[in-house]
Design a protein around this ligand. Structure first.
Ligand code: URP
Ligand code: ZN
Ligand code: ZN
Length: 491
């Protein structure tokens, strides 16, 4: 027997309709008014909305970065995601220096053994040798149809323009999309040096080392290269007017370019958040940095008018107060990895976190906790705030991620034949966001104390209940890898 979600209102990118939804096995098999219950399990959705499970296409779980590892892994990060209505994410595999793309993939497949929600991978290329160029088409066979290149993080992940362009040419031949972290990493190095020499070491100077122009210039460069190569481009974590204008211009020229912003960029500013005293500004350090109120307005307009197609999180969280306990000895004995096991010994033990950058903003691990709060914050400010229709909310969080990354209509919508990833949303339920109650492995919450109205109350993945009023039912290993199709549309 199946499950019928009764008496709710289904919201998709196209419409908002009163309909029941029948799920049999892992799939939606019928949508309609007054579907007979016929011995099926009934989920009463009176007064609720039924949304497709959210898809977060930009996450970094269990990532080795900035001298430590991001806190959330495929266990805790997945649970936190689902509590926020997200039932699938795409994480970035990082090609190890000197290694192959498959070496990186194996590492991430190992991390994903803990999976509680569905997942896919992008492939971040850090070392584009000839053998790696030849390996790119084999990624399509693995269901990986997006490549990521970093234009920043000099001497770590950064690639030069020739490398980016060659990757675009190869991607274009194989129906793949190229994603870029667009900041001019060479300029960042120079600005950082100057600021540190002037004794400007506090977290707020991280933003000064990566001004908006640095992002706008790199965005424009990538957009123009997309025009030259014909390769579909997706610019990640866009933050400011100059970058959005570069994208808008490329789109007007007919180039196959798209972009996302991340939820935090709608809410945080340098002045209010990064300038907080006593190192609290480090909680908001990410790259590119948070910007200004004016940029926030530009971003709202861009997600509304279609210049930006997706809202993601770039979830990559670190302790504010980390480095607690004998972590150095432990890391030496364990090769620096498996931090969750270390912290499980004693809840007061912590891997290093933001405190690594006390006295030098350039050493603060970059990244924020957001995977749990993306949809509720966007509903709260976007839908309740009159900036987005519920349908556009679904399009930005669920449908466009699936379309752009080759998973639609299996994922990203509620339709006959789609995976039954269903989020029952109570538009009137209120909840106060806090580190005390969130599920992310992080000792602070970006939106601490914010009361939101509209939250997920029941979440299903492929016909199985992940969470409801009785709590969490997810199981490690039940999340499935989702292979993705090439030649996905440019929106
Ligand atoms: O600050 C950030 N964004 N950390 C994660 C790595 C990246 O650049 O996406
Ligand atoms: Zn990035
Ligand atoms: Zn990222």
């Amino acid at each position: 027997m199946g499950t019928v979600f009764k008496y709710g209102t289904v919201i998709t990118a196209g419409e908002m309709t009163r309909a029941d939804v029948l799920v049999e096995g892992e799939i939606v098999t019928l949508l309609g008014r007054d579907i007979p219950t016929d011995g099926h399990t009934v989920v009463d959705c009176t007064g609720k909305y039924l949304l497709p499970g959210g898809i977060d296409v930009h996450t970094h779980l269990d990532l080795s970065f900035g001298g430590t590892y991001s806190n959330d892994d495929f266990d805790t990060g997945h649970k936190a995601a689902a509590y926020g209505g997200t039932t699938m994410h795409i994480d970035f595999v990082i090609q190890p220096k000197g290694g192959s793309l498959h070496d990186g993939l194996k590492e991430w497949q190992q991390k994903a053994k803990l999976a509680q929600i569905d997942y896919a991978f992008h492939m971040a290329i850090t070392d584009l040798r000839e053998d790696v160029m030849a390996e790119i088409p084999t990624m399509v066979e693995e269901g990986i149809t997006s490549l990521k290149l970093f234009m920043a993080y000099k001497n770590v992940y950064q690639v030069d323009d020739a490398t980016l362009f060659r990757a675009m040419q190869q991607a274009e031949k194989n129906g793949m999309i190229v994603m870029v972290h667009a900041e001019n990493g060479d300029v960042v190095v120079e600005l950082t040096k100057k600021l540190l020499e002037e004794g400007k070491t506090d977290p707020v100077y991280h933003a000064a080392s990566r001004p908006a122009e640095v992002e706008a210039e790199a965005t424009n460069r990538a957009v123009m290269m997309s025009g030259q190569s014909g390769c579909a481009l997706y610019v990640v974590h866009m933050t400011n007017e100059g970058a959005v204008e570069a994208l808008r211009r490329g789109r007007a020229l007919g180039y196959p370019v798209m972009g996302e912003t991340c939820v935090q960029y709608f809410f945080m500013t340098v002045d209010e958040h990064m300038a907080q005293p006593n190192f609290h500004g480090s909680k908001y350090v990410c790259s590119p940095p948070i910007r200004t109120k004016h940029d926030q307005k530009v971003l709202w307009q861009a997600v509304k008018d279609g210049t930006l197609q997706v809202v993601s999180t770039d979830h990559c969280d670190f302790w504010f107060e980390g480095g607690v306990g004998p972590w150095q000895e432990w890391a030496a004995a364990h090769n620096g990895g498996e931090w969750a096991a270390y912290e499980a010994q004693d809840p007061t033990y912590r891997r290093p976190g933001k405190e690594l950058g006390k006295g030098n903003f350039a050493k603060i691990p970059n990244g924020l906790p957001a995977i749990e709060d993306r949809m509720v914050m966007l509903w709260h400010a976007g839908v309740n705030g009159g900036k987005l229709t519920p349908q556009r909310f679904v399009e930005l969080n669920c449908t466009n991620p699936a379309r752009i990354f080759g998973m639609y209509p299996k994922k990203g919508t509620i339709a006959v034949g789609s995976d039954a990833d269903i989020c029952v949303w109570d538009p009137h339920k209120k909840h106060v966001l806090s580190a005390k109650t969130h599920h992310m492995r992080c000792d602070y919450n970006l939106f601490e104390g914010t009361e939101v109205e509209g939250v997920p109350v029941i979440v299903y993945q492929r016909g199985v209940c992940l969470l409801d009023e009785n709590g969490w039912h997810g199981v490690n290993g039940s999340g499935k890898y989702v292979p993705r199709a090439p030649y996905a549309p440019v929106l």
